[in-house]
Ligand binder design. Sequence first.
Ligand code: ADP
Ligand code: ZN
Length: 613
Amino acid sequence: MNNKIQKKDQNNNGPLNNFSKISIVYIILAIFMIYMYQHYTADKKTIITYSQFKNLLNEDKIKKCTISEKYIKGKYTDKNNAEKNFLTIAVNDPSLIKELQKHKVDFSGTITSTWLTNLIFGWILPFGFLFFLWWLMSKKMKGASGGLFGFGKSRFKVYLNEKPGVKFSDVAGVEEAKQEIEEIVEYLKDPNKYQRLGGRAPKGVLLVGAPGTGKTLLAKATAGEAEVPFLSISGSEFVEMFVGVGASRVRDLFKEAKKLSPCIVFIDEIDAIGKSRAMGSMASNDEREQTLNQLLAEMDGFDSSVGVIIMAATNRPEVLDPALLRPGRFDRQIIVDKPDLEGREKILKVHAKKIKLSEDVDLKVIAQMTPGLAGADLANIVNEAALLAARENNSSVRMEHFEEAIERQIAGLKKKNRVIKKDEKKRVAYHESGHAIIAYLLPGADPVHKISIVPRGLSALGYTQQLPTDEKYLITKEDMLDKVSVLLGGRAAEEVIFGTISTGAQNDLSRATDIVKALVTQFGMDEKIGLVVYDQPGSQQFLTSQGIIKQRDDISEKTKETIDSEVSNIMAELYKTTKKVLIDKKDKLERLSAELLEKEIINEQELKSIMED
Ligand code: ADP
Ligand code: ZN
């Protein structure tokens, strides 16, 4: 996500910059020329007074004149018998016409040449012509450079396959998705051959996954592998204030795509336009609907021999309009999951290639320390670690830099000068000690790696970092309950020590509630609710390779009530036992929090020695 500005973007700036430089030179030149023209033509007219004009007339020197309300202009012969133009201000002179007739002057009337006509003929027309030329030129430039299209009306970006393009090897930890996309690469390499061999040509591919999991990267890599152009636009860019802009942008996009085929069209955040039409009907969604309809029409409008693949990304597949997912549209859905332990290590490897690592760096350990983080987070961590090392003038990046970078990424920037009141700090120390002790004692909880009460970010006053020993694919009910107990441990400790509770446990409690809810409604682990699944994992972190699963809406009111009461019963029960454990271990709680207050950070060994003592 942070790497949005890719090298290719910058490459494409070249022609655009040159282009605007050229046009500025042209404009200045044109203004100069227009000025010179007017100056020159004006100069050729000799401006004379009305009495001079009258004299010339009486001397029969005036040949021809044109009379308007304000000016009289025409031709006269001067002393050397040369013909010259003259201009004079008209005065109210009723006898003029008679005199002109008397001296046989060829005269006519004309409409007044006011500032308006001057403006139109002197400036607007020439400039109009100039802009026309400019427009012609800009069309040519676009065609020639193949760089940044969409100057002005459409906003999509085109990346032609320049070297070095993004390749599959740049995308790590999403092997399954890559396998599925392999077919699309085959197709793009030779759309016709693919069809001859009888493959049902793909058209639309929906990449589903949390932000930063590499969906954009994967789409780019698909283009890179197939060596085809990549057109990209974000769904939110379609929908603007002006009705009709979105639809016309879709048209432009597809027109361009057909020209460039075979190619990939990538629509990021497709949910911005593809939201189900049934949802949120109170707002005026005319614009979005028009855009969506146009998109559907365009997708239906070309057949698969054209060689255009539409890839779209979303992290909220459940809100998409079903029409988008029908056959012939985005009928292939590929899940781009958050990486597991192995995947994280691979992603780290990809990004660490660009920096110099010191010997002590073990990417596997870093992967262990970063459960739940997406590819973009890991890329940030590597970047941040490199920056930290550079700031210290180190020649290579060491493990401590990574640790610092991870902490920053996970808990927000260190708030070095944040002032916390002493009693607040004490409460935080007991709170975190509560988490740590429960985590230490319960077999289903992940082992504690580090406890810290160094404030980081705005919300986290302290944290207890746990490292899973192994990535688990099956979690037992007991494990889940233990995890909830650990989350409740913070508040329980506060209550045991102070007799009062604080707002510091809000995040813990919401996470605990999520787990217990899942236990009851998704995994059939509650006796009263039984084996019926009432809530499908719909949120992103539960997306599985089985595809996109939607929420059920056929739950009876009574069941809903039972679910609610079961969830709160389980929470209450766990809280009670957690509190009891902490009362039993009150001496450990005191010792650990005292030590934490003193040192601010306590590691695994130190916790162990306190607990085993
Ligand atoms: P998304 O489109 O899913 O939000 P992006 O593709 O924009 O995520 O990812 C942002 C950046 O994070 C990428 O440019 C890349 O540097 C890094 N990244 C994300 N996922 C991966 C991955 N699987 N392998 C390597 N790098 C990744
Ligand atoms: Zn807590």
